[in-house]
Every structure is written in C-alpha cells, then in structure tokens.
Write a protein that binds this ligand. Structure first.
Ligand code: ZN
Length: 178
C-alpha cells in the first residue's frame, strides 16, 4: 500500500535547493517513492508533485493532469513519473494562466509559461523518453521542473497577479466550461 507523504511548505529550505539527479531509477526505494508521490498527489487532488515537496532532494516529479474543482478544464492523463528531465526546446510564445502549489496553500497566481516545451527524461521503467507538451500539461511540467531547481511559481508571477483562494474560487465558478 502506498503511503501518504507530508508536503513541505514554503519556507522550508528544501524548496529552495537545486535537487540532484536520481542515480538508480530501478532502486526499490525510488520506485516506492514514485508510488507514494502519485498516491499523495491524488489524495490532495493535485495535478503534479515534485520530490522536494515531499522532502526528497531529487530530480523527480509526477505530472498527473485531470479535471478537478481547482482546474475544471484540465485534460485527463495517466500519472507520469518524470526523472532527470531536460527541457530541450521552448516555444517563444508564452501565455499566462492560473497556478497554485501544494507547498503554498491559499494563494493562486497568474504565471507566464512557454506554450510548448520539448523535453527528454527517464521514465519509471528506466527508458529514455522525448515528448512535446503544450497548454496545461506544458504548464504543469514547467511548474514541477522549477521545483527541482528551487524555484516556486511566486518567483515568476507579478505580485499584482497573486490572489487568495477564496477569490480564485469566484473566478473559476464564472469561467466557461470547455
Ligand atoms: Zn508547486
């Protein structure tokens, strides 16, 4: 049975450190960590979670986009473990959209992100993958990638684009459903 993990909160130094590469993806401890991170992410209705958010200083994160009360228009995907990722290309075009973070509860921000990213990474079966993500999944990828470099979404948002959860709820309730 996977374990629910504690989520580090903004102010804990691990969220500001650059994480190190995962050396052995097939290590049972890494495989268990991936299962626990997926379980924890689903439990809190998140769309992604990075290892530093569960107190592990590793270049590993989960992306798990799905529609939820916070992101009603998010596309559905199977949770995917991204290990030792490299962003190989980014579209010049950026767009602003809403983000939140499990480590920064209560605050939402409009964050500019590249519309499209080309990435390479190791998957949990130790295979090398190259993928192109765009839109919301590209956004989640860039948000989680920032975590493994010690960056949080607040660093990328204009302070005038930050709002509290209560106000965000009003905005998404007024948002047209796609
Ligand atoms: Zn986050």
């Amino acid at each position: 049975m996977p374990t629910l993990l504690q989520i580090s909160q903004l102010g804990h130094p691990i969220l500001r450190r650059k994480a190190r590469e995962v050396e052995n993806v097939s290590d049972p401890a890494i495989q268990a960590l991936i299962d626990d991170m997926i379980h924890t992410c689903q439990d809190v209705d998140g769309v992604g979670i990075a290892a530093p958010q569960v107190y592990q200083q590793l270049r590993l994160f989960i992306i798990a986009s799905k529609p939820s009360p916070c992101y009603p228009n998010a596309p559905y995907m199977e949770p995917m473990a991204i290990i030792n990722p490299v962003i190989t290309f980014t579209s010049e075009e950026k767009e602003k959209d809403w983000e939140g973070c499990l480590s920064i509860p209560g605050i939402r921000g409009l964050v500019p992100r590249h519309k499209m990213v080309m990435v390479s990474f190791t998957n949990r079966n130790c295979e090398q993958e190259e993928k192109i993500f765009d839109g919301f999944i590209a956004r989640v990828f860039q948000h989680e990638y920032d975590h493994i470099d010690g960056i949080v979404f607040l660093d990328r948002a204009d302070s005038k684009d930050l709002i509290m959860e209560k106000e965000y709820q009003k905005i998404i309730q007024a948002m047209p459903k796609r």
